[in-house]
Design a protein around this ligand. Structure first.
Ligand code: F3S
Length: 429
């Protein structure tokens, strides 16, 4: 049984209001299911609090069918509807269901958009930051090393644990919404030192020097280690933020990697010995030319037709550096009449892209720079899409399967060339 401090007992007893009491009830059930003995305090929570499509609200029609009903009954799993105050923790809203301006281009209905606007007003009124991105660390929420967080979104969780050295499990909607009120999360998993040790070793025996290559390496690592912690050594020059972003997202997709160590690169791996921390060393995997080719063929196994009608970039949401690169690649060209190019990012990064003129360059070429969501989350692709081209191993893992379409994986330049020609010409160099 989890032990409560006096402050936690007071919250459970209702001294901080009915909603926080319900939040503590949920967190205690969660902690007991995990076997956690105590809570850690957190002041950094990222989730999707209270947002819901209309059908969810309709499900709670007897409770009022509004934000209050959804937050109480769904998020807090409460048997009664309670008033929901402003959140107590620093809280952020991750990606949502549509672009706030380009929702019609995404095929959303006016009713769905009206519901989106109403939910967003509620989220803001409850003191939750409208980041609307899967990359909160690029949009105003960068935890520090050792900081206890409660984050959803697998690509953000693996980045926070591995690259920053912050501490979070891959939380769910219910636990993050409760943590926003109670500022607590069970002291379990990645919050504890002994859970953060490496378990298997991966030796990289060939150069990895672009996001395309880092995406394939990540996909390989997730495939071989599944949901354990890899210690990666070898031919890895210091990867940039965007390479980590694509690597971690891919590893979290093909496996369930929530933390990795790169020896000499990530903060908890100054040496192989330190990364394993005395834990038993499991298997030793090798990433070489044959493994690289196998992963490339796997990622392209759902591509048949060379006639590409949709190119999606921005999974995880593009950084400003990536948008600048995409704008440079397409400037002076046009998206082919049989194709569409949608690029996804956060609102914060788009504001910079607007100021730098990248949004205009992309629009002049016939592309859209969209925010808040992506095709996998919104299940929105251009009408009639049959074949997509993607520069994200994560997105090619999910989107074709979700939408019943074909998918190609390649470099950003190959994808933009496909958008401008309507033809897939990617190949492994
Ligand atoms: Fe982000 Fe969508 Fe990819 S939410 S990580 S762009 S699947």
């Amino acid at each position: 049984m989890v032990k409560l401090t006096d402050a936690e007992q007071a919250m459970l007893d209702g001294q901080a209001g009915a909603a926080t009491s319900k939040a503590m009830e949920l967190l205690i059930r969660y902690a007991d299911a995990l076997g956690a003995e105590r809570f850690v305090e957190t002041n950094n929570v990222a989730g999707v609090p209270g947002s819901a499509p209309q059908w969810v609200k309709d499900h709670y029609a007897a409770d009022g069918g509004d934000y209050r009903a959804v937050f109480s009954r769904f998020d807090l799993d409460s048997d009664e509807v309670v008033d929901v105050p402003r959140m107590n923790a620093f809280s952020c809203h991750l990606q949502g269901g549509m672009d706030p301006a380009l929702w019609q281009e995404q095929g959303m209905s006016a009713d769905a958009h009206a519901n989106f606007v109403s939910d967003e007003a509620e989220v803001a009124a409850h003191g939750i930051q409208i980041l609307k991105t899967c990359t909160p660390y690029l949009a105003g929420n960068v935890p520090v090393m050792g900081e206890h967080c409660a984050w959803m979104e697998s690509s953000a969780v693996v980045f926070a644990n591995s690259v920053i050295g912050a501490r979070t499990n891959c939380e769910g909607r219910e636990s993050t919404s409760a943590a926003m009120l109670a500022k607590r999360i069970p002291d379990w998993g990645f919050h504890r030192d002994d859970f953060r040790k490496g378990q298997h070793r991966v030796s990289v025996e060939m150069p990895v020097d672009s996001i395309f290559e880092w995406g394939m390496l990540g996909y390989f690592v997730g495939d071989v280690v599944q949901d354990t912690i890899p210690v990666i050594t070898g031919d890895i020059s210091n990867p940039s933020l965007i390479r980590h972003k694509h690597f971690g997202a891919a590893a979290a997709s093909s496996g369930g990697v929530e933390m990795y160590h790169m020896v000499g690169i990530t903060p908890e791996a100054p040496s192989v010995e330190h990364a394993f921390g005395g834990a038993a060393r499991g298997e030793h995997f090798v990433y070489d030319a044959a493994a690289r080719r196998r992963i490339y063929e796997t990622l392209n196994s759902v591509g048949q037709s060379e006639d590409v009608d949709y190119v999606m970039l921005g999974c995880p949401h593009y950084s400003i550096e990536q948008i600048a690169q995409a704008a440079a690649l397409i400037e002076g060209r046009k998206v082919h009449e049989n194709c569409a190019l949608w690029i996804f990012t956060s609102r914060a990064v788009k504001a910079t892209a607007d100021a730098n003129g990248y949004t205009r360059i992309l629009r002049d070429a016939g592309a859209y720079l969209m925010t808040d969501t992506c095709s996998a989350i919104s299940q929105a692709v251009p009408k009639g899409t049959k074949v997509a081209a993607l520069d994200s191993a994560k997105q090619v893992h999910y989107l074709p399967a979700m939408m019943g379409i074909e998918g190609w994986y390649g470099t950003t330049a190959e994808c933009i060339d496909a958008a401008c020609t309507g033809k897939w010409k990617g190949k492994l160099a």
